[in-house]
Ligand binder design. Sequence first.
Ligand SMILES: [Mg+2]
Length: 219
Amino acid sequence: MMNLRRWLLSLVMIMLLVAAPAPAKTFTYLTTTVEEIAASLPEKPVAVGFDVDDTVLFSSPGFYYAFSNTDGPNGTNKYGPKPLSSDLFWKDMSCDFDRFSMPKESAREIIEMHKKRGDKVYFITARPEVKGEILTRLLHREFKLEGQPAAIFSGRTSKGVFIKKHGISLYYGDSDSDISEAHEVGVRAIRFLRSPISTNKTKYNPGMHGEVVLRDSEN
Ligand SMILES: [Mg+2]
């Protein structure tokens, strides 16, 4: 009798193990602060780079409109079934909708630190290049930057190309590719966390490349 009960219990446990869904892969990581980053830098000014969407700007409002609008013919999406493949969307985003993008507080703090050091501050976005972008003006106004280079629209080119070209020694970004593309050219990268209500849920695995994560950078 005892043996049967034990056998049944084992069977149930095996079934539970088999049926349990594989947990999502998460990575452990170390976090860092503005003060620690400042202390790690050489005394002389350096060039640093920032990704834009979900790193320095909460730009989900424009992206949300892209996915959810019914402003096309007969109530369809005006950008078609794949808004992120629409040239019109990217033009609208970078030339107009960025008026609704909000600067992240964590980015303000980090950029302020770099500004005080006299560092050169680049912004590199993977958005496609468009004529008449308002992004540069907006970033420089919001983060009170003067005499800094225009935002770089890297499109399909690896950000590593621009990181190397401009001698950037520290790059910040929220996406897996921000970190990997900096690492590919041998440059240190620090991960920004995304806002939990960002429309972008892809390519986001903080710590997956062994990088440190900026504390409280969701906001
Ligand atoms: Mg981003």
